[in-house]
Design a protein around this ligand. Sequence first.
Ligand code: NZQ
Ligand code: ZN
Length: 388
Amino acid sequence: MRNFELYNPTRLIFGENLHDRITDLIPQNSKVLLAYGGGSIFKNGVYEKVSKALMPFEVVEFGGIEPNPRFETLMKAVQLIREKQIDFILAVGGGSVIDGVKFISAAVKFEGDPIQILQQRLLIKDPQQVVPFGAVVTLPATGSEMNSGGVITIEATHEKLSFGGEALFPVFSIADPTVIQSLPKRQLQNGVVDSFVHVLEQYLTYKHDAFLQDRIAEGILQTLIEIGPQVIQKPEDYTLASNFMWCCTMALNGLLNKGVPTDWVTHMIGHELTAMYEIDHARTLAIIGPNLYKVMFETKKEKLAQYGERVWGITGKSEEETAREAIEKTIAFYHAVGIDTKISEYTSQYQQSAETIVNRFKQRNWIAMGEKQNITPLEIEKIVEMAY
Ligand code: NZQ
Ligand code: ZN
């Protein structure tokens, strides 16, 4: 196993009716910014629960953080925090609101133009240089409630860029599985696929000797296969909802990648598709992932075969056949949860996408990626073209 260091300071408060905990977890006398998205929290009761817990504090509200949060919008919150001298931020929403708050937290005290945090992918490490924040997660998918990364879109250039650093873990996160009852089906589908692909990014590489990490990854994948299609139909079922929410958090809270190689190129290409066409994040992963496994088949086939055997129960076939069937099973799973896997099913303007993405990656010097640094512009072009 590779050497590793594990650090995750987020206090995860998981279960029903635990919003009251917020009152004790925010330092007394704090002035709090309550940050949210497009208003779903006013319709599903979350705003009332959070407001009750925030009664002892002076609260300033900032709404309107969009899905795929915009740098330009977040800078308005940065301004507000500086003006009102806010001490603590509470993010109430899905991955977009939580990511947005991570950026706001990093930008308030940043010396220079905060756009550099994104454009130069600066690591934010110093806890003195951020505004502390907590989260109330309302959409299980990204794991943002228990990790220190985020992805922000710059409207002006249509770029979607990631950032992070160990100072950007939420101090606490409230994860109440009953909140998924108000989610549109589309977002439930997204959550199943996004969390599934988070595991695959950290698992579908090559064979290694970190046995426990593989078994944890396979456990999450099997659980998502078992409950994913059901939770979309019955989000009011607490057993399904709680297991789903925990899978999503566990898929990207920094446990799975310890001591193992990771890939993440499906995400990197996916972000470009969202930036260009505003396709939902999870859907871009379903479009790109299977084609990446096909193009990188030689590199990944041993692990694909392990995935085929252990997760999909394929037996009695050659390594190559098992690996290929595992890819087909994965595509069928995405279809079974209602997610299309071709770019052309989302936009008719896709013809230039391979060329555009290759050019952007070259400009950023992203020319040798993946677990073996063998995903070059040539492979990127093939992967995207196969996804048309
Ligand atoms: O904005 P509101 O009104 O709250 O509505 C949201 C939004 O329209 C709605 N929603 C959220 N919770 C709801 C609800 N509607 C009804 N009931 C609820 N309980 O759902 C819509 C989508 O929300 P969004 O936050 O955009 O979705 P998600 O959680 O999937 O986040 C996607 C963003 O996270 C990034 C993605 O790139 C994308 O920008 N990611 C963040 C990661 C991380 N921080 O580690 C990793 C991921 O790979 C991903 O890249
Ligand atoms: Zn993702």
